[in-house]
Design a protein around this ligand. Structure first.
Ligand code: NAD
Length: 509
């Protein structure tokens, strides 16, 4: 296992300066009303690198009112969709110009590899370019109504104030999935980023103002879920909540939104099956398995945490996986050559190590890794060596519960029916993959896998051009693709009578 020397990262940590981030409301940096701030910490070094404003419900109220006023102002409400698109395009340009800076912030905040984050931030710009293009191509519909002399059309209108609540694993990207279509559709937005990764969203909001977005159209309120997230969801002027996160938060948001008839989109967790059939290209399938579960140290909703392998290739696949992991470069995520970085938070690190013990106690066999390495190359030590468990049965907790870390459960099967039964035997349904060279079998799996995304001979592919979202407990609604603006709109049916000719006003006509 190769590691990066500590001396460079220590020097970097010492020269970094502390930054303070206020809330971003009405186009301004605004201190929180209580004056309280909390630390944001680098997962690699364990050092606090910024102070983040801790908002309360008064701050939530100020942000929602600002967004509501902006929604009703002619400056936003009455501009053409073409102009909205132009502003979003400008924002995308600014994201590209500032991609290195934004990427560095995200990498400091959640410890993801700079090699992955810098590409991901550039990908964020693509979301804004795409919905900028769609903004003025959303034409509504003329309806051939079943009455003479009337013209009816359905027009799509924005909902009003949208609250977007996002997690720590891909802060800018997961916010863009909501923000770009919501703004393109003409809404105004209040974002509540994760308390662990707030800084990049404040920076994005500043860029949005620079791009020409009117004040109040995009606000950022930082703080804790139960304190300020809940207040944003419950606010009477909020019309829609788009949430990405875990089950507990998603459930709380769904209940709070239902009480006041707000629509929600929920992007939740997964326990996704990655299935290797006997005829698969094993080398490629192993690469897919590695990127599926060990990319981002397993801290992705779509992690392929259950690897279902046919009996005939099971031992070969496990041996290949172990060989790949032995060569992984683990260490400082700000080094472009690092392949596996730290775990984003201390709580998450403890949770992952706890699941290693749970799996062992339940009878799974640890083939590789599963411990916290020690040494200067591991910064403050918040690492988990990627773990491979075999002898896993699908009823074990390690196969049923989302760990959100670099732990792979390998489960054997002997025929396609058994593979499908195991794959679908989960509360979740976010994603699934099948590896095979037989197209007919691939299509059989595609039709039967209960998941919002199915990959054939690839894993973790996503794009703004198509949809993403979960079946079953993995969520409600979809993000991305050509129809995403629809989730941020309401329909109005318009009736126009050229020559009114009502004979009896007491009878419906
Ligand atoms: P989390 O649910 O703890 O937090 C997500 C966000 O919700 C945070 O901003 C948090 O402050 C807020 N929040 C929490 N409770 C709230 C409440 N009662 N009211 C309002 N807001 C509240 O999730 P996390 O730990 O930050 O992220 C990891 C989870 O996110 C995993 O379960 C992962 O699978 C999921 N996730 C899903 C997707 C997807 O697209 N399906 C993508 C990434 C992550």
């Amino acid at each position: 296992m190769t590691a990066n020397p500590l001396d460079t990262s220590q020097q970097k940590a010492e020269t970094k300066t502390m930054t303070t981030y206020d809330l971003y409301i009405d186009g301004q940096n605004v201190p929180p009303q209580t004056g309280a701030y909390f630390d944001t910490v680098e997962p690699f070094s364990g050092q606090t690198w910024a102070q983040i404003a801790r908002a309360n419900d008064d701050d939530a109220d100020a942000a929602i009112r600002s967004a509501h006023a902006a929604f009703e102002s002619p400056e936003w409400h009455d501009i053409t969709a073409t102009r909205r698109g132009a502003i979003l395009r400008k924002l995308a340009d600014l994201i590209v110009e500032n991609a290195d800076h934004l990427g560095e912030i995200e990498q400091r905040d959640n410890g993801k590899l700079i090699a992955e984050v810098s590409g991901q931030v550039r990908g964020v710009a693509e979301w804004f370019y795409y919905y900028a293009g769609l903004a003025d191509k959303d034409g509504g519909r003329v309806i051939p109504i079943n009455k003479p002399g009337v013209f009816n059309y359905i027009k799509h209108e924005p909902l009003g104030v949208v609250v977007a609540i996002t997690p720590w694993n891909s802060p800018l990207a997961l916010t863009a999935w909501k923000l770009a279509p919501a703004l393109a559709a003409g809404n105004t937005v209040v974002v509540k980023p994760s308390e662990f990764t707030s800084a990049s969203l404040i920076e994005l909001a500043r860029l949005a103002t620079k791009a020409g977005l009117p004040d109040g159209v995009f606000n950022v309120v930082t703080g804790f879920g139960a304190e300020v997230g809940d207040a944003l969801v419950r606010h009477p002027l909020t019309r829609k909540v788009a949430f990405t996160g875990g089950e507990a938060g998603g459930r709380a948001v769904n209940i709070a939104a239902a009480e006041s008839f707000k629509s929600v989109t929920l992007e939740l967790g997964g326990k996704s099956p990655n299935i290797i059939l006997a005829d698969a290209d094993i080398e490629q399938a192993v690469k897919g398995a590695v990127s599926g579960i060990f990319g981002a140290s397993g801290q992705t909703c779509m992690a392929g945490s259950r690897l279902l392998v046919h009996d005939s290739c099971h031992d070969d696949v496990v041996a290949c996986l172990v060989e790949v992991l032995k060569t992984a470069r683990i260490g400082d995520p700000s080094d472009h050559s690092t392949q596996i970085g730290p775990i984003a938070t201390r709580q998450q690190w403890e949770k992952i190590l706890g699941y290693v013990n749970i799996a062992k106690d339940d009878g799974a066999k640890l083939e590789y890794g599963g411990y916290a390495p020690e040494g200067p190359q591991y910064g403050c030590g918040q690492f988990v060596i990627p773990a491979i468990f075999t002898n896993v049965t699908n009823d074990m907790r390690i196969a049923q519960e989302e760990v959100f870390g670099p732990i792979l459960s390998v489960i054997r099967f002997s025929d396609d029916d058994e593979a499908l039964r195991i794959a679908n035997d989960t509360r979740f349904g976010l994603a699934a993959a099948v590896w095979t060279n037989d197209l007919e079998r691939a299509m059989h799996f595609v039709d039967r896998l209960q998941a919002g995304t199915v990959w054939v001979n690839n894993y973790r592919s996503t794009s703004f051009t198509t949809t993403f979202g979960g079946y079953k407990d993995s969520g409600l609604g979809r993000e991305g693709g050509p129809d995403a603006m629809r989730d941020f709109q309401q329909q109005k049916s318009v009736w126009i009578t050229a020559k009114p000719n009502r004979t009896n006003p007491f009878v419906l006509g």
